[in-house]
Write a protein that binds this ligand. Structure first.
Ligand SMILES: Cc1ncc(COP(=O)(O)O)c(C=O)c1O
Length: 452
């Protein structure tokens, strides 16, 4: 019997009607709530996916940026197939975990030892526990706009207004452990000087929300120095930038090595999972020493039914072997650069108030809304203000996404996306006219502003 027998043949709106009853909030992830209904995807391959109506989408979301090699790459599919019949969950360690960890250590500069988890959020949660165990301190220094998962320990800072909790239900005691400042080195130093209770600095090194608010290598270098001189562990959240900016992630790309890093998405080849990695002396906090007091009270306790799941290990190994060559990144980066340039040229051509930016295989489109004050020149528009870059008005974001979706283009989130090894030059050529039509429509409908 097919697992889809009960829902096969249903249209998106019929599925959504049922989902609204059976699925809390109607969707499995807040950002999947599309308008008027979410996408219900039935099948994906390479850079494309198809919804239940059979409509084809060119995908720049790529499984929330987990699929650097594209959807269902043959080597990953066969790795999963090879192991699935021999048991897909042992609840024991297995040989693949060892190779997988060694592969990660061979690629990622800060990875001397690895602990596997089940998601990026679990990784940042565990990183904070390790930092607190290591230092005996409580708080985490974070920067406005940075996203490090959905748990209480990072329960404020990712979403505007930045100082407010991202959700109902987060204890004040958790919120009080977060010291939130703009990404500014002077302010960071002031906090480190004045507050003796900072256990870690944790950030997305490429900038808030996978580079939506970009950070420079220089910033990262200086922050590394600050962390070292104040003896505070530096944690890189490389859940998106990991393996994407270079085989060794943003840290290889920048030459700046943190003390711990959180990996997700690509590390598991797009299967559920993640990893916390770090220098040996820090990761030794996971070791049992045989000393009863230490092992019960001083080491870091960590469980997880699905840690290092065999299917994730198989997919991860197959993916990282490809990633290690640097070829997937080179290809995806080149296409993203073409896309960024092409989109930016269109904005200039059409006189739209917006610009396109990004690094590696990412692209971000900044657009100014029609209503309200807006910049008159490109120079005035270019900003590193997190509130502006993450605060594109909702109606602009929705109209932009909807028009692109109508033209068969899906994004990662808000107004940006990622390319993969499976995208082609032909895909870029297909995307740009749809982007132009979208910009024209948004200008005509007075959704986005026109430059003077
Ligand atoms: C930078 C960053 N950190 C952490 C996470 C959380 O990862 P997960 O969704 O696997 O819990 C994400 C997810 O998108 C992310 O982009």
């Amino acid at each position: 019997m097919s697992v889809r027998s009960n829902t096969s043949g249903l249209k998106s709106n019929e599925l959504f009607e049922r989902a609204k009853q059976a699925v809390a909030g109607g969707v499995g992830h807040d950002l999947r709530l599309g308008h008027p209904v979410p996408l219900y995807i039935e099948r994906a391959a390479g850079a494309r996916k198809w919804d239940v109506e059979g409509k084809e989408y060119l995908d720049y979301g790529m499984g929330n940026a987990a699929l650097l090699l594209g959807h269902s790459p043959p080597e990953v599919v066969s790795a999963i197939r090879e192991v699935v019949g021999s048991g897909f969950h042992f609840g024991n360690d297995h040989p693949m975990q060892v190779e997988w960890a060694e592969l990660i250590c061979s690629l990622v500069p800060s990875a001397e030892r690895v602990r596997f988890v089940n998601s990026g959020s679990e990784g940042t949660m565990l990183a904070l526990r390790v930092a607190r165990a290591l230092t005996g301190r409580l708080k985490v220094l974070r920067f406005e706009g940075h996203f490090s998962g959905w748990h209480d320990g990072v329960g404020r800072g990712a979403m505007l207004p930045f100082d407010q909790p991202v959700s109902a239900g987060i204890p004040k005691a958790s919120l009080d452990t977060i010291v939130l400042i703009p990404a500014n080195l002077d302010q960071a130093e002031m906090v480190l000087k004045q507050d003796q209770d900072i256990a870690a600095i944790m950030l997305e090194p490429s900038g808030a929300s996978w580079g939506t608010v970009p950070l420079s290598i220089e910033f990262n270098r200086n922050l590394r120095q600050l962390a070292t001189s104040y003896n505070v562990p530096l944690i890189y959240d490389e859940v998106i930038s990991g393996f994407r900016y270079a085989p060794g992630g943003y840290q290889e790309f920048s030459g700046v090595t943190p003390d711990m890093s959180v990996l997700g998405k690509v590390v598991t080849g797009g299967m559920p999972g993640g990893a916390l990695v770090g220098k040996s002396d820090i990761m030794s906090l996971f070791d049992f020493t045989g000393d009863a007091h230490h092992d019960r009270y001083e080491r870091v306790h960590h469980l997880g039914t699905f840690n290092a799941n065999p299917l994730a290990a198989a997919a991860g190994i197959a993916t990282l072997r490809q990633v290690a060559t640097g070829e997937p990144q080179e290809h995806a980066d080149r296409l993203a650069a073409r896309l960024r340039q092409g989109m930016d040229d269109i904005l200039v051509d059409e006189g739209a108030a917006g610009y396109v930016y990004g690094d590696a295989s990412t692209f971000h489109v900044y657009l100014e809304g029609f209503s309200g004050t807006h910049a008159e020149t490109r120079e005035q528009m270019i900003t590193d203000d997190a509130a502006k870059l993450k605060g594109i008005p909702g109606p602009v974001v929705r109209a932009f996404q909807k028009s692109l979706l109508t033209g068969g283009i899906d994004l990662l989130s808000y107004t940006g996306g990622v390319t993969s090894a499976a995208h082609t030059d032909g895909d870029i050529e297909k995307t740009l006219p749809v982007f132009r039509e979208t910009i024209k429509k948004l200008l005509n409908d007075q959704v986005i502003a026109r430059l003077a």
